[in-house]
Design a protein around this ligand. Structure first.
Ligand SMILES: *[C@@H]1O[C@H](CO)[C@@H](O)[C@H](O)[C@H]1NC(C)=O
Length: 265
């Protein structure tokens, strides 16, 4: 089933539309900037924006989650399409794919993060090696007790390992739901907030299909999946050629020393 999600705004009216068989909400319950209510209005005229999203009914503890997404085409500056797993509460765990839009012709940024027990700050960002608005592509999260592997069209781009033995928290006790949303983040998303959403292009639409959650552990398959040599090679290729930010290289940000997991890449 294909679903389409819209982000719409105008000076008078806010509408959000979502697919039929999933829950939808105009407040996807996420992060500070969901609408003008929560920040000072940057515009001389009152404006209302609304995002749109859906979440899974079920909660999962580990699994392999696939989603095909076609991102907002054209001028998508200021929009963020998020696709993530999250548990609830102040010490929540979270595994994020976020797509930061851009003006026509400029590349999207794929932003990834992992939160464990409420602590994130593990951003890695990538450019993509294709136009993510031209067609559907498969974005996968493999989450098992030893690894969180992010994949794009089956190519691994990031492997967050369980390093609990070294004192690094790893998400493994809190069941998560799957969320997706399309929202306005023009205060930070595109060139750090310099490029604003062009509301004359609204509604903004991202499309989803072929959602698949494989959450039944079996002795083979995702439950014990880790990168083999080919997988490592591919991930190296992506990180060498397409990674544009890695928290593990950001010495300025961590003057006291890089996070522990950074020494085990
Ligand atoms: C948008 O394009 C500009 C210019 O290529 C680039 O610097 C920026 O990282 C791109 N992505 C975002 C989300 O701003």
């Amino acid at each position: 089933m294909a679903m389409r999600y819209l982000l719409i705004a105008s000076s008078l009216l806010a509408i959000a539309a979502a697919g039929t068989s999933t829950r939808s909400s105009t407040s996807p319950g996420r992060r500070p900037c969901q609408g003008p209510r929560e920040r000072p209005a940057p515009h001389p005229h009152p404006r209302q924006a609304s995002g749109s999203g859906f979440q899974s009914k079920n909660e999962y503890l580990f699994g392999k989650i696939d989603m095909q997404i076609k991102l907002v085409p054209g001028n998508s500056a200021g929009t963020v399409t998020a696709y993530y797993l999250s548990s609830q509460g102040p010490t929540h765990d979270e595994i994020d794919f976020e797509f930061l839009g851009n003006v026509s012709g400029d590349p999207y940024t794929l932003h990834t993060n992992v939160f464990a027990q409420g602590k994130g700050n593990r951003e890695m960002q990538f450019k993509l090696w294709f136009d993510p608005t031209a067609d559907f592509h498969t974005y996968t999260i493999i989450w098992n007790p030893s690894h969180i592997i992010f994949m794009v069209d089956r190519t691994p781009i990031r492997d967050f390992k369980n390093l609990e033995s070294r004192g690094v928290a790893f998400p493994k006790n809190q069941p998560m739901r799957i969320y997706s949303s399309l929202w306005n983040a023009d205060d930070w998303a595109t060139r750090g907030g310099l490029v604003k959403t062009d509301w004359s292009q609204a509604p903004f639409t991202a499309s989803y299909r072929s959602f698949r959650a494989d959450t039944v552990p079996s002795s083979s398959g995702w439950w014990s999946q880790e990168l083999d040599t080919t997988g490592h090679e591919k991930m190296k290729w992506v990180q060498k050629n397409y990674m544009i930010y890695n928290y593990c290289s950001d010495l300025k940000r961590f003057p006291q020393g890089l996070p522990t997991e950074c020494s085990f890449a």
